[in-house]
Write a new protein. Structure first.
Length: 460
């Protein structure tokens, strides 16, 4: 069999090389010559020195060209299993010819949006089950928050996009898209006009466009990159496409706190909801979080201290504290009396929550804490617009407490009181030293807050 054949096409000679491995001729290639002898000479040079590629910047030997065509022919006709394909991919990856590839019918062909949605389903997610089985913490609220932002992934990526197709470049471009994303808010206008009963809280609204904050963008990206990292760890996709990506940087808006004079005046006015007022007093004088306050029961109230065992959230119900640790904080006498009185007035029984709600097994809703504070702030002349600008929220009491204590005590003592302890060495403190902390904090709290609420000063 001749090694090649040439023929005329549109006035130019083309050549086809014979492939003995498949007993077929390769695709015709132009010699660029109109003379048969010159065309034959060109083909002879190909056989001797190699065939130039299409870009003209290199040559491939005839043997390589024939072998490559044989491989392509085999791929077209061979019956390949997913395992066979994985081996081919491994070879190409080993030669650094590809970064990623997807095997159809493998786990990596699952739809991206569906995968993220299932990943953040608290009741069925294998990731969440795995964490809980290993004794690690993950709250239902975390899963809910993450599932809510999957909508951004759905909006950007095609419904046909699979988890195995996502590349680092995809996520980088997605993050840049988020940086320019505009969210339309309903802006509330409050002109401090008196409200009429039965009317809406604000009389007029207008739309306002805002970009996503750096923190929000990072949360959105994490809601997708964490599942993809988990998928890579479990072999569902070849590599982690989010590895090495930079986070967006930004400074979150600092929590505002009241001045001492404002704090004093706010407890002198009449509150519409007594439970909200007492909750604010507890947070101001102990540094407890809103969820920790709502979880309190009479059994948590000691003679001069509170035992912070639990926290409450509407999604998880009664759970451990944010740090997963039980802590003890000093309780001033007047605050203790208010808690005891409120707990004993619980219509569902004294064993229930001190800050009781409409049903026996749930405390009051957390929004009442902020709503009560808002109303009291108005009474002392701080409008809603000013409150928002200063970023005063219920959590501000916790910052108020920490600020007051930092000015009077060492940092480690304040950390233990607020539950911000991160140093392993603090766990090795002796019990009598913890008892000393209670007395120290008790005295500091009495001094710090006696000008705001008339407390009886006593030592622990």
């Amino acid at each position: 069999m001749r090694r090649f054949k040439i023929f005329l096409r549109s006035g130019v000679y083309y050549a086809q090389l014979f492939n003995p491995q498949t007993s077929t001729y390769l695709t015709a290639k132009s010699t660029g010559k109109v003379n048969r002898d010159e065309a034959t000479a060109i083909v002879a040079d190909w056989l001797r020195n190699g065939i130039p590629d299409k870009k003209g910047d290199g040559k491939r030997s005839v043997e390589d060209a024939l072998s490559f065509k044989s491989v392509l022919a085999s791929l077209h006709t061979l019956s390949l299993t997913p395992s066979d394909v994985e081996k081919i991919i491994d070879i190409l990856k080993g030669r650094r010819l590809i970064d990623n590839a997807i095997v159809k019918s493998a786990a990596s062909s699952r739809g991206l949006v569906d995968y993220l949605t299932e990943f953040w389903d608290y009741d069925t997610s294998p990731y969440i089950k795995e964490k809980l089985l290993h004794g690690q913490k993950i709250g239902r609220m975390r899963a809910i928050d993450s599932s809510r932002v999957v909508k951004y992934w759905k909006q950007y990526f095609s419904e046909k996009k699979t988890i195995g197709e996502v590349t680092r470049a995809d996520i980088r471009d997605f993050s840049l898209w988020l940086a320019e994303y505009k969210v339309v808010y309903k802006k509330k206008n409050n002109n401090d006009a008196p409200e009429h009963k039965g009317s809406s809280f604000f009389s007029s609204k207008e739309e306002e466009e805002k970009c996503l904050s750096a923190g929000t963008i990072n949360k959105i990206i994490l809601a997708g990159t964490l599942p993809l990292k988990w998928a890579a760890y479990h072999g569902e996709i070849p590599t982690d496409p989010g590895k090495g990506l930079m986070k967006f940087s930004g400074t979150p808006k600092a929590r505002g706190i009241l001045t001492e004079n404002e704090a004093k005046r706010i407890f002198e006015v009449q509150w519409k909801e007594e439970r909200s007022k007492i909750a604010s007093m507890v947070s101001m004088t102990t540094g407890l979080r809103a969820g920790e306050i709502l979880a309190l029961k009479l059994k948590d109230v000691g003679k001069d201290r509170l035992y912070v065992n639990h926290s409450w959230s509407w999604s998880d119900g009664l759970k451990s504290t944010k740090t997963g640790k039980v802590r003890v904080v000093p309780l001033l006498p007047d605050i203790r009396d208010l808690l005891i009185k409120l707990g004993e007035s619980n219509p569902h029984g004294k064993d229930g929550f001190i800050f009781y709600g409409l049903v026996a097994d749930k405390p009051m809703d957390t929004h009442f804490l902020l709503d009560g504070l808002k109303e009291a702030l108005k009474e002392i002349g701080i409008s809603e617009a000013v409150r928002v600008k200063r970023n005063i929220v219920f959590h501000s009491w916790r910052h108020y407490f920490a600020t007051k204590m930092r000015g009077m005590l060492d940092a480690d003592t304040v950390k233990r009181a607020t539950g911000h302890s991160t140093d392993a060495m603090l766990e090795h403190y002796a019990e009598h030293e913890r008892e000393e902390d209670i007395g120290t904090l008790f005295g500091a709290a009495s001094n710090a807050f006696s000008n705001i609420i008339p407390f009886e000063k006593k030592s622990a």
